[in-house]
Design a protein. Structure first.
Length: 688
């Protein structure tokens, strides 16, 4: 069924169609009028936004753009005389790099960056001084492209450039100059003028403060890092011997992995520690000797080395020695004996990656020998010779027997008859030629804003004592970065993994090889004991030293001790320039050291005939933080003022676990075999 609509529906529909036609006609007319309209403007230092508003006020148009894409505050100068809208927009686009599209009364605007085609060319030339003498070694730097070349022995150079690149010429002792690269000047001659510079030597003092050396009220000595590599030592601090006045360095009997005792200008206390404070890149480090022998009667033990021995000479830029109490006042009482500042290397060079490889080898022999002993009388007592092996064992270190006679055969400790004659240097044959091989590789990179350096080192040492040696791997990282003109960041990290086999025992320790050989009868050769230190069943053969002087060959072949040390040092520093005369510095660091030591004494060892296993586990943690505010200003040409205010936080903790295990009961079997069935272990934990 078809339904008829009311009459007024047709009336309203007809009215709507007529209105739409009128709007379209008016819009088309307005667009035509805007497009054909002629505009005139005089713009002087006018922004894009103001220009758009003026165009909109004169014509029936509207501008549409993204304010995040278009810089509406860009200014330009332009004169327009009776031009259509397209011509006006074309003229503006040439001034401020915009694109436009007209859609009716809407003008859509978009910014764009014109494509610049760079044509690379080569600039060649010669660099001379004012006397027209060529200068070799001048740095020719394309600062725009970050490229660097140097002039040859004739002062000539060749460098790639694009039009508009900044080319700088730099040489120590001459004023820096530069040019703008142009295709019309591909072959040039550059004349450098001499520059007289008064070099003001600066040194790094406490808390990283840099001051001119002449302004200091105390003595400072510096040693360049290159000098340390020429006289390389396993412990880098030993390389300072003879290089700094008033610095006394004594190595311990702990071998290459042992510590060193350093004294600056003599002892300052009778009972306390006289060693200086060590500061690496502004961070104080704990340089305690992790081992030792104690001070009691018949003290014994091992030297586990110190913290400073882990620093690699290839990573050191320079070492500064601050002498006197005033030099170390900012570090407090722990620096009363002076301060040794170690500055490590930073990334240097251009944007290209720098690679440095160093390999060294050193050989060591026994330096001293036993002398000053009488060689008229041989082994024995009361000017008589030994008549039994028992007498030979009990008089092993007595030289008061009969006169030496090479034609006389006497019984030895092992029932073997040997000539009763002098044996020269009867101890030296025990030691071997020691070797140390060090390989280091480092990577560095730097630019105007940041620098980075990474170094890896492998050290392998075989001590002059047989079966004793070190394997040490260390890694060092340093980085700096600038964030804007006020904030800078410095970060550094160091990790070391060290393994030592058979550290030498010290003092009255029964395993002290040096002590065992002292006073050996002059007709006794130490080589005799190499094959007669144990029985076929593996038990110990008494050689004459008792339980206080063990046979050195038993010590190196049967007794074992191992040390594993891990150390991690990390530091972070922030610097902020508040004003041109006021700055603040904040720094934090953590030093972690883990030491694990094990000593094994097999059964039948005098003093521990059932056998023993001694263990020492240590953990040392040092945390440092400081904040320093510095104000310094050149008030007048002759008046300079500086003031500093700072606070330091320090925390130190250590935990030590000592364990001793002994076998108390054995089960005997045949053939001769011993099985432990009962073990006693005692442990003691100490925290500080």
């Amino acid at each position: 069924m078809k339904k008829n609509l009311p009459t007024y529906y047709f009336f309203y529909g007809l009215l709507f169609k007529i209105s739409l036609c009128v709007v379209l006609i008016l819009s088309t007319s307005a667009y035509a009028q805007s497009k054909d309209k002629l505009y005139s403007f005089k713009w002087k230092n006018t922004t894009i936004l103001d220009a758009f508003k003026q165009i909109e006020s004169q014509g029936q148009v509207h501008f549409s753009y993204n304010p995040l894409d278009l810089n509406v505050n860009a200014r330009f100068d332009l004169n327009i005389e009776k031009q259509k809208i397209n011509d006006v927009l074309d003229a503006i686009s040439k001034k401020v790099s915009i694109k436009y599209q007209i859609n009716g009364q809407t003008i859509m605007i978009q910014s764009y960056k014109p494509v610049v085609v760079k044509i690379e060319f080569t600039i060649t030339g010669t660099v001379t001084d004012e006397k027209n003498i060529p200068i070799p070694g001048v740095s020719v730097i394309n600062a725009t492209a970050n490229k660097t070349v140097s002039t040859n022995e004739n002062g000539k150079f060749s460098i790639a450039a694009n039009k508009g690149d900044i080319i700088r010429f730099r040489m120590m002792g001459f004023q820096q100059t530069g040019i703008v690269a142009s295709e019309s000047q591909k072959n040039i001659t550059v004349v450098l003028k001499e520059e007289s510079l008064e070099l003001k030597e600066t040194v790094v003092t406490a808390l990283g403060i840099k001051r001119e050396e002449r302004s200091l009220g105390y003595a400072v000595s510096e040693v360049n890092g290159e000098g340390l590599k020429k006289a390389r030592e396993t412990n880098v601090i030993n390389s300072l011997a003879g290089k700094v006045a008033g610095l006394i360095i004594n190595s311990t009997a702990g071998g290459p992995a042992g510590s060193s005792r350093v004294i600056i200008r003599g002892n300052t206390t009778v009972t306390g520690n006289n060693q200086p404070l060590y500061v690496v890149d502004g961070v104080p480090i704990d340089n305690s000797n992790y081992g030792g022998t104690g001070s009691e009667m018949y003290a014994q033990g091992y030297d586990f080395g110190d913290a400073i021995s882990a620093i690699n000479p290839d990573d050191i830029d320079k070492i500064s020695v601050l002498k006197g109490p005033s030099a170390s006042a900012l570090y407090g009482a722990r620096a009363a004996n002076g301060v040794i500042l170690i500055t490590t290397k930073r990334g240097k060079g251009t944007s290209d990656l720098g690679i440095e490889v160093n390999s060294t080898a050193s050989f060591e022999n026994q330096l001293t020998s036993f002398d000053g002993y009488q060689y008229l009388y041989g082994q024995g007592r009361n000017q008589t010779i030994n008549t039994s092996s028992l007498q030979a064992r009990t008089s092993m270190f007595n030289n008061f027997g009969a006169r030496l006679d090479p034609d006389l055969m006497v019984v030895s400790y092992d029932d073997v008859y040997r000539p009763y004659q002098k044996i020269g240097d009867n101890i030296g044959g025990f030691f071997r030629t020691g070797t140390t091989f060090t390989n280091n590789v480092s990577f560095s990179n730097a630019n105007e804003k940041s620098s980075v350096r990474f170094s890896a080192t492998d050290l392998r040492n075989n001590d002059i004592i047989p079966e004793s040696g070190i394997r040490r791997n260390s890694f060092t990282f340093n980085g700096t970065s600038k964030f804007g003109s006020k904030l800078s960041l410095e970060a550094g990290a160091f990790y070391m993994d060290e393994n030592v086999n058979n550290r030498p025992a010290l003092a009255d320790d029964p395993g002290n090889i040096g002590n065992a050989f002292i006073g050996l009868a002059n007709n006794v050769d130490q080589a005799w004991f190499a094959e007669t230190y144990k029985n076929p069943d593996g038990s110990y053969i008494e050689w004459g030293g008792g339980q206080y002087r063990l046979n050195p060959y038993w010590v190196i072949n049967e007794m074992k001790n191992t040390t594993k040390k891990n150390r991690l040092l990390g530091a972070l520093q922030l610097n902020y320039e508040i004003t041109d005369w006021l700055s603040i510095q904040g720094r934090g660091s953590t030093d972690l050291t883990y030491i694990n030591f094990e000593k094994f004494s097999p059964r039948t060892t005098p003093g521990v005939v059932t056998g023993a296993l001694d263990q020492i586990n240590r953990k040392h943690v040092t945390t440092e933080a400081d904040v320093l505010i510095t104000g310094q200003k050149q008030v007048t040409p002759s008046l300079y003022l500086a003031a500093r205010l700072g606070v330091v936080f320090r925390g130190y903790t250590t935990m030590q676990t000592l364990c001793s295990s002994q076998i108390l009961l054995f089960l005997m079997q045949l053939p001769l075999q011993v099985l432990p069935i009962k073990v006693l272990s005692l442990c003691r934990i100490k925290r500080t």
